[in-house]
Design a protein around this ligand. Sequence first.
Ligand code: RIB
Ligand code: CA
Length: 320
Amino acid sequence: MNEVTDSKRIPVLIDCDPGHDDAVALILAFGSQRLDVLGVSTVAGNSTGLNTYRNARKILSFIGADVEVAKGAEKPILRPLVIAPNVHGESGLDGPMLPEPEPKRPPRAAIDLITDTLLTFPGKVTLVPTGPLTNIAIALLARPQIKDKIDRIVLMGGAALEGNWTPAAEFNIYVDPEAARIVFESGVPITMIGLDVTHKALIYPDEVEALRKSGRVGRVVAELMDFYSIFYRQQGFKGNPIHDAVAVAAVFEPDIVTTRYLHVDIETSGEFTVGRTVVDFSGVTGKSPNCHVALGLDRERFIKLIFDAVNTLEKKVADR
Ligand code: RIB
Ligand code: CA
């Protein structure tokens, strides 16, 4: 196993709402050996704040990831919380039975993990939010000096052309559009991994079966996909979109997506359009670009990254 030395690993902070695809994103983040994950924070989104915190700790404990998990916002900045039990189940991670590790101590607040890490780390850090942007927005407002320590934000959210929670809006942005607006207007470099590419990031049943046979980690990923596929088959998908793992992959293999540098505004009002990421393809707003919008994906390469990460963790889990 050619361990990538820590110095070559890209320092990241992950903020997530596990969530089946968030769980696979965490597996990719740690199994890839390409990232130095300085911390993981959780946010309410796919499920309640307590559930997403528990679920992150379950998956990280299962893969033997020794990393701090901080607990974040229980609701969006202004709006009531919207969750997705129809996609992720009542627990937010229905499917595999994963033991819940006892917390060693009460969790720090996400904003403290994010801001303290950014302000003390000797260098810039990439933020990888894969849920609503509530924690990121609060951190930017509370301690704006962190902006100089953020290399870029590679987020799963939004869409140039689609919506999945409403016809106009993707779930992460829809849940907390005010937070998204704060982030997109912050001036921090952003790569938006939206539905335009994540609806191409499909793992197909034959690939899931190959994972199931590969070992303990592969079996858990397959069981996650078994539950997750219930919703997506109803939606007419032939495979499961592993939305959040594309954001992780795009950090260490940026050319796995093709992007265009465009201006993106966030709709925060409007009877039918709240949560829309309004992408200015033709420059009609005259506003300067603020976001690298992902439009294309190399799916085969992406799926190989997932398999490689699972295989790497298999060895680690087997040795425990
Ligand atoms: O719209 C997909 C996004 O919403 C993913 O991050 C999924 O985990 C949910 O949070
Ligand atoms: Ca998510």
